[in-house]
Design a protein around this ligand. Structure first.
Ligand SMILES: Cc1cc2nc3c(=O)[nH]c(=O)nc-3n(C[C@H](O)[C@H](O)[C@H](O)COP(=O)(O)OP(=O)(O)OC[C@H]3O[C@@H](n4cnc5c(N)ncnc54)[C@H](O)[C@@H]3O)c2cc1C
Length: 437
């Protein structure tokens, strides 16, 4: 039989993050056609978003073009589109773009659409305490952070100066800790001596969380070490403290049954995740159950119950107590790809996904990080060197690795920040300013 006459199975992947990209790469030599449909044209290395927000790295270094990454993979196609509907029976997805909607058919579907920020039912907080999930979010935060120092310099009222120089980060997981650590470095080290009226070292950086430790997932030893280091660099950790209100000029908190207010124009939210809207579309068409965060409860092999040709991977799958981290997304994406290859080859499938935990890392400040690898725990410089090695290994693209190292040298060995540019379009806490005028 003429092989060319037989259409190859169509694998459609939603999302170009860790789960989607690594699934596509794992299908490189498989006898299938792969289409990635994603809302952005880049693959985003989210763990370094905080470095874009604080002027260390450029967006391009952590968000290379998906098309460029996959251009040599002949069986892969990349399409821009926001998937709004999935029809499991008709085996189609519908995507929206500025140029109109389109529908694509699939034989196999991998949904790797990640997670969105959760404000635990208080979505109105988002306006004044933005989260950090995308390049746009990081650039918005960059505008707000650098803009706060500029506006403090212009301010006459000492109380308003204090409000501009108070930064509140909500959520003491890795993102919150890294963000707070970097704002502390910015104000106490990088920007020192660059303003004439304000002393940037007066800045207050407050890290808030309802739980009573920082980095709770890292265990007591590393949590305590991280807290000690945060204190050392001037971050005020207010733990056991719940946020009950957020507005333009500050944040209302409650701890020990007492309510109080922290005056601060610049707030950011790094607490809580929820499944993206496309998870509801997937659950609706497949009848899959979802967990409290809206994530799809998958079979042990990452397939959606009752639909052996549909997989949910990464942050939007709910499987045991697997965490929402990059390695889970990479490995589950590869596992789904492997299951599809087996189905195409007529081999038995259903092998459970086994997660290999390679460890957890979080930087606190330059030359200081905490790392947990198997039973080993590292702090300080050794932890930071491990952080450096792992991030270099996983950053996509040789050019990005080289420029990231240069930018890290500028920031960590020197005192500079190569990426402080904020355009006129980028909001310098515009909602705060509108409120005040
Ligand atoms: C600020 C931050 C810091 C982090 N730090 C760490 C860390 O230090 N270590 C760690 O292991 N993990 C970290 N994580 C978590 C890690 O980044 C995620 O677990 C990982 O990115 C999940 O991969 P994913 O493929 O499931 O989703 P993502 O990487 O989020 O990718 C989702 C993809 O789906 C696309 N998409 C979403 N909805 C649609 C739609 N409707 N249509 C089309 N495309 C869509 C998105 O555009 C994106 O391409 C961090 C996350 C954040 C936000």
């Amino acid at each position: 039989m003429d092989e060319r006459a037989t259409p190859r199975p169509q694998v459609l992947i939603i999302g170009s993050g860790f789960g989607g990209l690594f699934a596509a790469k794992a299908l490189k030599n498989a006898p299938v056609d792969v289409t990635i449909v994603a809302r952005t044209t880049h693959h985003l290395f989210q763990p370094l978003l905080y470095q874009v927000a604080t002027g260390i790295l450029s967006p391009g270094e952590i968000a290379p073009s998906t098309r460029e990454i996959l251009h040599r993979q002949r069986n892969a196609e990349v399409l821009l589109g926001d998937v709004t509907d999935i029809d499991a029976e008709a085996q189609t997805i519908t995507a929206e773009t500025l140029a109109g909607n389109y529908t694509r058919r699939f034989d196999y579907l991998i949904v790797a659409a990640g997670a969105t920020q959760s404000y635990f039912g208080n979505d109105k907080f988002a306006e004044f305490a933005p989260g950090m999930k995308s390049i746009d979010d990081a650039l918005e935060l960059r505008g707000r952070i650098f803009g706060a120092f500029e506006l403090a310099e212009l301010e006459q009222d000492p109380e308003a100066v204090k409000r501009w120089l108070t930064f509140v980060v909500v959520g003491a997981g890795p993102t919150g800790v890294e963000m707070a650590g970097q704002i502390a470095e910015l104000s106490h080290r990088t920007l020192r001596g660059q303003f004439r009226r304000i002393d940037t070292r007066d800045a207050r950086i407050v890290l808030l969380d309802a739980v009573t430790t920082v980095l709770p997932a890292f265990g007591d030893h590393l949590s305590t070490a991280a807290l000690r280091q945060l204190h050392k660099i001037g971050v005020e950790a207010e733990l056991g403290t719940k946020v009950v209100g957020v507005d333009a000029a500050g944040i209302e908190v409650e701890s020990g049954g007492r309510r109080r207010r922290i005056e601060a124009y610049t707030k950011m939210w790094a607490a809580g995740v929820a499944a993206p809207p496309v998870a509801a579309a997937l659950a609706g068409t497949t009848g899959a159950e979802t967990d409290r965060a809206g994530r799809i409860k998958v079979n042990p092999d990452c397939s959606v119950p009752g639909h052996p040709n549909i997989y949910a991977v990464g942050d939007m799958m709910s499987l045991g107590d697997l965490p929402g981290v990059a390695q889970v997304a990479i490995q589950s994406g590869r596992h789904a790809a492997d299951q599809i290859k087996r189905q195409v080859a007529g081999e038995p499938t259903g092998q459970p996904f086994k997660y290999f935990d390679k460890g957890s890392l979080a930087t606190i400040s330059r030359f200081s990080a905490v790392a947990s690898v198997g039973r080993l725990r590292f702090t300080g410089l050794i932890g930071w060197l491990l952080w450096l090695a792992v991030h270099l290994l996983y950053l996509v693209g040789f050019k990005n690795r080289v420029t990231a190292v240069l930018h890290w040298a500028v920031s960590f060995i020197g005192r500079g920040r190569s990426e402080r540019t904020v355009t006129e379009q980028q909001v310098v806490a515009r909602n705060v300013i509108e409120e005040r005028t």
